[in-house]
Design a protein around this ligand. Structure first.
Ligand code: IPE
Ligand code: IPE
Ligand code: MG
Length: 255
C-alpha cells in the first residue's frame, strides 16, 4: 500500500514526493529547512562583536544555496529572523535589518544569475518600507528562476503562520466544515513548496524555536554543533547522507 504523507497528499503531491513517501528515491530531500544558529557564538570565539558573526552568516548562506542546488535540492528554506528575535537589544535588531539591505545589494545579482528564485516568508507589516521594497525587488527579479527556490524566513514564526492562515479563513467567512488541513496548507506561508523533508539546525541547540511548526510535521531532524558561519559542503554532505539512511514511514508500517 502506498504511504502518503497527509498534507502533501492534500495539496496534490508531485511524483517525486510520492516516490519519497513510498520509500523510493529518498536519497536527496526535495526541500531542506535550516535554522541558521550560532552566529553570535562564532563571533565571540573570535573576540568580535555579534554583528561580525551575522555578516559572516550571510556569506555562508550564499555559498550554501549553491551547494544545496548542486546536490539536487529544489527548495531551501532558512530561518533568518524569528518573531521572537525582536527581544534582542535594539542595536542588534537594527544591525540585522541593515544587514539585509547590504546583503541584497551585494548578492542579489549573483543569486539571480545563479538561477535562484528568492521568496520571503514572514510578517512584513512590522519591517520598514525600505526593507519591504528590497524584498519585493529580490522576489520580482528572481521570480522566473528555476534552479532552486530560496525562501528566507524573516520576522517569521510558526505560530504566526498558523494564525495568519486562520485569519484568512475568518476574513473569507469560511464555514467550519470547509476548514481542513488542505485549506490551511494552501494558505500558509510556504504554500508554494512541498513540506520540508529535512530540517537542519546548526549551533548545537536541539529545538525548533518556532520555525516551521506546521510544515515540519514529518521532516527528518538533523542537529549539528557546527556554528552557522562554519557550515559548508562537508556538513551538507553529512546531513544528506544521514537523511538518505532514514526510514520515513509517515505513521504507517512498512511491509
Ligand atoms: C542566529 O545566530 C541568527 C539569528 C538569530 C539572527 P544567533 O545570533 O542566535 O547566534 P547565537 O545562537 O547567539 O550564537
Ligand atoms: C532561532 O535562533 C532563530 C534563527 C536562527 C533566526 P535563536 O537563537 O533565536 O533561538 P533560541 O533563542 O536559541 O531558541
Ligand atoms: Mg541563537
Amino acid at each position: 500500500m502506498a504511504v502518503v504523507e497527509p498534507s502533501a497528499a492534500a495539496r496534490g503531491s508531485s511524483p517525486r514526493t510520492q516516490a519519497a513517501a513510498d520509500g523510493e528515491g529518498t536519497a536527496v530531500p526535495r526541500h531542506v529547512a535550516v535554522v541558521m544558529d550560532g552566529n553570535g557564538r562564532w563571533a565571540r570565539k573570535r573576540m568580535m562583536p555579534r554583528f561580525f558573526g551575522h555578516k559572516a552568516g550571510v556569506d555562508t548562506l550564499v555559498r550554501t544555496v549553491d551547494t544545496f542546488a548542486a546536490r539536487g535540492v529544489e527548495y531551501l528554506t532558512v530561518f533568518a529572523f524569528s518573531s521572537e528575535n525582536w527581544k534582542r537589544p535594539s542595536e542588534e535588531v537594527s544591525g540585522l535589518m541593515s544587514l539585509v539591505l547590504v546583503a541584497v545589494a551585494k548578492y542579489l545579482s549573483k543569486l539571480a544569475g545563479d538561477g535562484v528564485r528568492i521568496r520571503i516568508i514572514g510578517d512584513r507589516s512590522q519591517v520598514s518600507d525600505k526593507l519591504r521594497r528590497a524584498w519585493e525587488d529580490a522576489e520580482s527579479r528572481t521570480a522566473h528562476n528555476t534552479r532552486i527556490t530560496l525562501s528566507v524566513a524573516f520576522n517569521y514564526g510558526g505560530r504566526w503562520d498558523v494564525v495568519q492562515a486562520c485569519r484568512q479563513a475568518l476574513a473569507q467567512r469560511l464555514a467550519p466544515e470547509q476548514l481542513d488541513e488542505a485549506w490551511l496548507g494552501r494558505h500558509m506561508a510556504l504554500a508554494f513548496a512541498p513540506d520540508p523533508d529535512l530540517f537542519i539546525r546548526t549551533g548545537g541547540e536541539m529545538r525548533i524555536s518556532n520555525f516551521l511548526l506546521w510544515q515540519a510535521a514529518y521532516a527528518e531532524l538533523f542537529f549539528t554543533d557546527c556554528l552557522w558561519p562554519d557550515f559548508g559542503a562537508a556538513e551538507i554532505d553529512a546531513a544528506l547522507a544521514t537523511y538518505a539512511r532514514r526510514d520515513r514511514r509517515f505513521g504507517a508500517i512498512k511491509p
